[in-house]
Structures are given as structure tokens and as C-alpha cells.
Design a protein around this ligand. Structure first.
Ligand code: BDR
Ligand code: CA
Length: 311
């Protein structure tokens, strides 16, 4: 069993990632789900996390709300991709059965990590505000975090030509995390765009007949459409799901150990991740940079995870 804290902004692909993590094929033990301002406002992301817990049958996982805005910058959201609720598409259970924890996400992350034997992996799939705040507030957590497996960045952008959304929204927070010294495995756009759900994916998954698979299919239909409309893509990249897929089966991905730094000053490059693929800087590598995904293995895992909800 691998202990994880999912720090997210659900979000279609965040929701899918929670569903993968909670599936019967997953060896992950979800210690907590924490939310952050990102795709939509943090209150909506929290409500969505609670809704997804209901759908995935996660009844005893604490859900704690975190930062409502980035460290320094003005808030920016991605409503055009995820819709007004943040999870547009499927019919959403209105009142979740569970309530959010009273503790702030940052406090929960700190207390869980401090109480652990150094065996908790953080899985951020939204802006890195909560993780940076936790590291600033309690630096003693830094050597106790086993690993950070995150979605963000890449060698190109989707929010500006240079910057990916999660990093761009709070680049200062990302800088704190990337410079922390904690081992990082990073799923940037280079690899997450290979996790492209298409109409074919929808047709295939539609054959699985359970409430969770129906929910995912409805999420994907909406998400594919907005990604087609806004980015002109052939489908919807389920970015965040790469993190959990990796934790379930690392052999799905090829990774390079490289130096990655976060740009916080550039006029055109704010929020860019500078990925030193050729070791031009000669600086100490700080990131396992995932660059390739095995299509067969990835989609097979995805299908098996959804099928496991029929059992
Ligand atoms: C990231 O931004 C969000 O919209 C997605 O949930 C994902 O985490 C992709 O750039
Ligand atoms: Ca996300």
C-alpha cells in the first residue's frame, strides 16, 4: 500500500484521477483529499471533491479545503474548460453525504506528514499553493515527504504559449516546491497530451456499465468538447490522471532525471518550466520528468479501474 494525499481542484481530470486512485485495482491508500483554488473557486472545488467521494465510494477519507488564492498573484480560473461548476457534464449529486473537515488543508497536510514515517506521497493536480504554504509554515515536513508526483508544466504552454495552467496560476508556489529538494515526478503537457481521450475512448468506456463509468463518460464528453473548441485538439487530455496511473503502474511511463526550474519574472515566460533535457546547466537534477506514455498500458489500466467499480 502506498499512502497518498491528493491535492486537487476538481476539475474533470482531477475527478478522474480520484476515481482511479479509489478503484479496486489501486494500491493507493488515500489519506486525505485537499483542495485548492484553480479550475474554479476553492469552495466549488471542495464541493466537487466531496461529490466525487460519494461517486467513488470514498466514505471515510477526510476532504479539507485549502488556499482560496495564489501566494502573490490575482486568482485566475479555467471555467471555459471545466464549466461554471468546475465539473460540467454529468448530473451531479447536489448534497454530498460527507462534509469537509474543519481543518485547513495546509494544517492537514502538515499533521499527516509529520505523523508519518516518511512514507506519504503528495499528489498535487492543481496549482501548488497548498504545498508551498505547508512547506513554508512547517519546513520540517520537507525531509519527511516521500515524493511529490504532480501534474504541471512542460516544454510548452496551454495558458500562455510558455506556461501550463497549474504552474502559471501560482508560479511563486511552484518555485518553492521545485526548489524544496523533495524528489519530484512531474507530468507536464508533453506527456499528458498523450493521455488523450477521444470519441473512441468514450465509445469503449460506454460499454462498461456502472454508475462510476457513466459518470466518467459524461465528464469526458464535456471535457473532450471544450478541449476541441478551445485548443482545437482531437480530444481531451486527462492530464491529472497520469499522476495516479504512474503511482499504480510506473512502467506505463518513461522518465528522465533532469533539472527543472520555474520562471517567475519573464514578460512572456512567467510560469514556464525550464526543462534542462540536455543538461546544459550541469545543475543537480531535481525532477523525474515524464515524457512518454505507453498507450496500451495506460488505457488498459483506465478501463480496468472503471470495470472494478462493477464488482
Ligand atoms: C491542468 O489544468 C487544469 O485545468 C487541469 O485540471 C489540469 O490539472 C492542465 O493544464
Ligand atoms: Ca487539475
Amino acid at each position: 500500500e502506498k499512502r497518498v494525499i491528493l491535492d486537487c481542484d476538481p476539475g474533470h481530470d482531477d475527478a478522474i484521477s480520484i476515481i482511479l486512485a479509489a478503484s479496486k485495482i489501486s494500491p493507493l491508500n488515500i489519506e486525505a483529499i485537499t483542495t485548492v483554488a484553480g479550475n474554479v473557486e476553492v469552495e466549488k472545488n471542495t464541493l466537487n471533491a466531496l461529490r466525487v467521494c460519494d461517486i467513488a465510494g470514498l466514505t471515510d477519507v477526510p476532504v479539507a479545503q485549502g488556499a482560496s488564492k495564489p501566494l502573490l498573484k490575482k486568482m485566475e480560473i479555467a471555467e471555459e474548460i471545466h464549466g461554471e461548476t468546475g465539473l460540467e457534464g454529468p448530473e451531479l449529486p447536489s448534497e454530498p453525504t460527507q462534509k469537509a473537515a474543519r481543518e485547513h488543508a495546509v494544517d492537514l497536510i502538515i499533521s499527516k506528514v509529520m505523523a508519518s514515517d516518511g512514507d506519504i506521497t503528495l499528489v498535487p493536480t492543481g496549482p501548488l499553493t497548498n504545498i508551498a504554504l505547508a512547506m513554508i509554515r512547517e519546513p520540517d515536513i520537507i525531509p519527511k515527504i516521500k515524493e511529490i508526483v504532480l501534474m504541471g508544466g512542460g516544454t510548452f504552454g496551454n495558458w500562455t504559449p510558455a506556461a501550463e495552467f497549474n504552474i502559471y496560476v501560482d508560479a511563486e508556489a511552484a518555485k518553492v516546491v521545485f526548489e524544496s529538494g523533495v524528489p519530484i515526478t512531474m507530468f507536464g503537457l508533453d506527456v499528458t497530451h498523450q493521455a488523450l481521450a477521444t470519441q473512441e475512448t468514450v465509445d469503449q468506456l460506454s460499454a462498461i456499465n456502472n454508475p462510476v463509468s457513466h459518470f466518467v463518460v459524461d465528464l469526458l464528453k464535456f471535457f473532450i468538447k471544450t478541449n476541441q473548441d478551445i485548443f482545437g485538439m482531437d480530444g481531451g487530455p486527462i492530464h491529472d490522471a497520469c499522476t495516479v496511473a504512474y503511482l499504480i503502474d510506473p512502467s506505463i511511463f518513461d522518465v528522465n532525471h533532469v533539472r527543472v526550474d520555474v520562471e517567475t519574472r519573464g514578460e512572456f515566460t512567467y510560469g514556464m518550466t525550464s526543462v534542462d533535457t540536455l543538461d546544459v546547466t550541469g545543475r543537480e537534477p531535481n525532477v523525474n520528468f515524464a515524457y512518454q506514455l505507453n498507450q496500451d498500458k495506460f488505457w488498459q489500466l483506465f478501463e480496468e479501474a472503471l470495470k472494478s467499480y462493477s464488482e
